[in-house]
Each structure stands twice: as structure tokens, then as C-alpha cells.
Write a protein that binds this ligand. Structure first.
Ligand SMILES: Nc1ncnc2c1ncn2[C@@H]1O[C@H](COP(=O)(O)OP(=O)(O)O)[C@@H](O)[C@H]1O
Ligand SMILES: O=C(O)[C@H]1O[C@H](OP(=O)(O)O)[C@H](O)[C@@H](O)[C@@H]1O
Ligand SMILES: [Mg+2]
Length: 362
């Protein structure tokens, strides 16, 4: 897959959109609980969705991610055990439904044209890098352009549409992924209940990506279902479990403190906040839900004195090495020995275009 962002999504009749992975830097998973987060769009991985006009409406299964042909029963069973039953087709269908209903309810007229949607992705599957919402977000972008309604669907509302498409499928998820993926760049997000309920979206403040220190990404091919990981904590939070409720408030506060730390380039504070973020997640979710391999990724970084936490619900870890390149080298060696992949983080700058910016309120 080509790494450069496509300057124009239209190639002849075809529309193609590319959306990057995202990493939660601070505050996740409090976005699921009216909290705050700081997240960024990660250039290391991306998903693309293509739309071509067609007579019928067709959702094309991906040859590997939606596999339905196997070499035998052992292959089928292995595949289900590692990657589960689902691929991206259900995500594409769901966003079509949400988009259609949203347009109907908001008197946005859609022409009677049909299309064929297909997708591709190199985001390691179900590793807490928001592979799911990257596919949904890219599909939404295609629909907005195909029906020429981009200027009618506000940027702030789009993360909510993307989230609704996943909720429709029973996937428990929050808004941080979708905000980072709609806006691009580094974004401070506040999901305070009152604002969310009054306006249907949080307060999203883009930040200068050059304020970030060099960061590393560690991941392992170890798919885990974010919906499953979240379900117990979600239930306890809904039941008013005091420990979960107060811990979630503390996690949200880390993003607030982190905003100041990043603006002031106070990186030792940033390191403390990242570590605290993971410790709080671990105490709420428990080691069984997080998985030993995921915990080991965090520990590998900590053993060389780096700060680390999950990018999402598990599978990948974002690391800050306060001592610089020599510490990064130690980390690389430790990852190699443990069998983890490590890469320097590349942050994508904001990718809102003029039409998008015009829809922003305020
Ligand atoms: N790389 C992928 N290719 C196809 N479908 C995917 C991929 N990643 C996620 N999905 C779909 O999205 C659903 C939710 O994925 P999720 O657990 O949120 O993973 P992630 O952390 O990558 O967002 C999966 O059950 C699957 O249907
Ligand atoms: O637990 C988290 O930090 C995040 O989990 C989900 O993201 P995923 O990439 O699917 O693991 C969820 O969608 C986010 O809102 C959570 O913050
Ligand atoms: Mg997801």
C-alpha cells in the first residue's frame, strides 16, 4: 500500500480515502466514561477505502480479512481462534446504514446513485490501534464525497457517526479513536457529560504535533477484542462501582495535566502521567482481562526506565524514553529478545480540508 496521503480523493470516477491508526497518549479509556484524552493519528499504519459508482450497491469482502475459503477445517478453526468471526464487511455495512439514517433525519438529500465499496488495511488487527474505526472513518469520508454532502455533516459530529456504526455491532468503544481519525494530528479531547449531551459531541482542541517528544511504538501480533476487554469494567461503571468511577475520574485528570505538561514541554511530568495511566488501567481491568503478553510489553519498556502505556485497549504500547537515543537502543534490544515489534512513532499532521473547516462551530 502506498504511504503518501492522496491529495485528491477522486481518481476519475473512483473515490479513495486513507485514514491512519491512532494512539491514545493519555487519558484513555476515560473517553468511554465522559472523561478526557490526548490522542494522535499515527502515520505508521493506515486503512484505505475505495468507492466506485456501480449499478448495484456492493460491499466487497477483503480477500484476507474476510476470509471465507479455507484449506481445511484446521485452517478454519485456527483462523477463528486467532482473529474471530468478523472482518471489515460488517463495519462497511454498518456505516452505510448510519450515514443513510443520519442524512434522512437531518433532511440531507441523497441522490439515487449506487456504489461498490472495498477496503484494505495494514493496521495490525485488533491491537488497540483503532483498525476498526480507521475502516469506518475512511468509508464515511467516501460516502460524504460521493454524495457531495461533506459540507452538510459537521466535523464534530462525524466521530459520533463512526462510533454509532460500531455500537450498532455491539462493539463497546469510545470517541477518542474516531476524533483522532477525523481530525488527524494531536488532539486534546474533553468528553464532559453536560457538553456531550447538549451538543452531541465533546470539545476537541487540536495541538501542535511538534510539542511531542520522540515516542516509540511496540506491538505484537496478538489480536484482542476491544469490546470484550471493556465489557466487565463498563458494566461495573454503569452499576456505580465506586472504585471504577473514581479511578476513571483520575484517568481523565491525567489528560488534563498532560495538556499542560505537553504545552510546557515538561517531559518528566509526561512520563509520570503515562505510567500512572497504565497502572490505573491495570488496577481496574485486572491482569486476566489485559493479557500477560500485553502487560509484558509495558514491562519491557519499564525495565529500561522508559514510560509506557497502552495505545488502546491492548495489543500495542506507546513508549517515551526520557533518556534519549541510548535508552531507545536498550529498548530495541529488549523488544527483539522478547519478540515484540518496535518502531519510532510518526505522527500525522491534521488533515481537515477547507470544506471540513467550514463546518466547525465557533
Ligand atoms: N484489520 C482488520 N481487518 C478487518 N476487520 C477488522 C480489522 N480490525 C478490526 N476489524 C473489525 O472491527 C471489529 C472491532 O475491532 P477492535 O477490537 O475494535 O480492534 P481495533 O483495536 O483494531 O480497533 C472486529 O471484530 C472486526 O470486525
Ligand atoms: O481502552 C482503550 O484505551 C480504548 O479501547 C478502544 O479502542 P481500540 O483501538 O479498539 O482498542 C476504544 O474504542 C477507545 O475508545 C478506548 O479508549
Ligand atoms: Mg476498535
Amino acid at each position: 500500500m502506498d504511504e503518501s496521503p492522496s491529495p485528491s480523493p477522486r481518481k476519475g470516477n473512483e473515490i479513495e480515502h486513507k485514514v491512519y491508526a491512532r494512539a491514545g497518549l493519555l487519558g484513555n479509556p476515560s473517553d468511554v466514561y465522559y472523561g478526557r484524552t490526548i490522542s494522535f493519528s499515527l502515520a505508521n499504519f493506515w486503512a484505505t477505502v475505495k468507492l466506485q459508482p456501480s449499478h448495484h450497491l456492493i460491499i466487497t469482502p477483503h480477500p484476507t480479512h474476510d476470509l471465507v475459503q479455507f484449506s481445511g477445517l484446521d485452517h478454519l478453526v485456527k483462523r477463528l481462534q486467532t482473529e474471530g468471526y468478523y472482518g471489515g464487511v460488517r463495519l462497511l455495512m454498518s456505516i452505510c446504514k448510519i450515514f443513510y439514517n443520519y442524512c434522512n433525519e437531518n433532511n440531507i438529500e441523497l441522490t439515487k446513485e449506487n456504489f461498490t465499496l472495498s477496503y484494505d488495511t495494514n493496521i495490525p488487527r485488533q491491537t488497540g490501534l483503532s483498525g476498526s474505526s480507521a475502516i469506518v472513518c475512511a468509508a464515511l469520508n467516501c460516502l460524504l464525497d460521493f454524495y457531495r454532502v461533506r459540507h452538510l455533516v459537521k466535523v464534530e459530529i462525524r466521530p459520533d457517526l463512526i462510533l454509532s456504526a460500531e455500537k450498532e455491532l455491539g462493539i463497546i468503544a469510545g470517541l477518542q479513536d474516531r476524533v483522532a481519525q477525523v481530525y488527524g494530528g494531536l488532539v486534546y479531547m474533553d468528553f464532559t457529560k453536560d457538553h456531550l449531551e447538549k451538543f452531541g459531541h465533546g470539545v476537541y482542541t487540536p495541538m501542535d504535533i511538534s510539542l511531542l517528544p520522540p515516542l516509540q511504538l511496540i506491538y505484537a501480533e496478538n489480536p484482542s477484542d476491544s469490546g470484550k476487554v471493556h465489557s466487565t469494567v463498563r458494566k461495573r461503571w454503569l452499576d456505580g462501582d465506586e472504585f471504577i468511577v473514581s479511578s476513571m475520574v483520575e484517568v481523565a485528570d491525567l489528560a488534563l495535566q498532560g495538556q499542560t505538561a505537553i504545552l510546557e514541554k515538561d517531559y518528566s511530568k509526561l512520563a509520570d502521567l503515562m505510567n500512572r495511566n497504565f497502572d490505573l488501567r491495570r488496577s481496574m481491568f485486572g491482569d486476566d482481562a489485559l493479557g500477560s503478553l500485553n502487560i509484558e510489553m509495558v514491562e519491557v519498556a519499564r525495565r529500561v526506565g522508559a514510560a509506557s502505556k497502552f495505545t488502546g485497549s491492548g495489543g500495542a504500547v506507546v513508549v517515551f524514553c526520557p533518556d534519549g537515543p541510548s535508552q531507545v537502543k536498550l529498548l530495541e534490544d529488549a523488544c527483539k529478545e522478547a519478540g515484540f515489534v518496535i518502531q519510532p512513532v510518526k505522527v500525522v499532521p491534521s488533515y481537515l480540508n477547507e470544506d471540513d473547516l467550514k463546518t466547525l462551530s465557533g
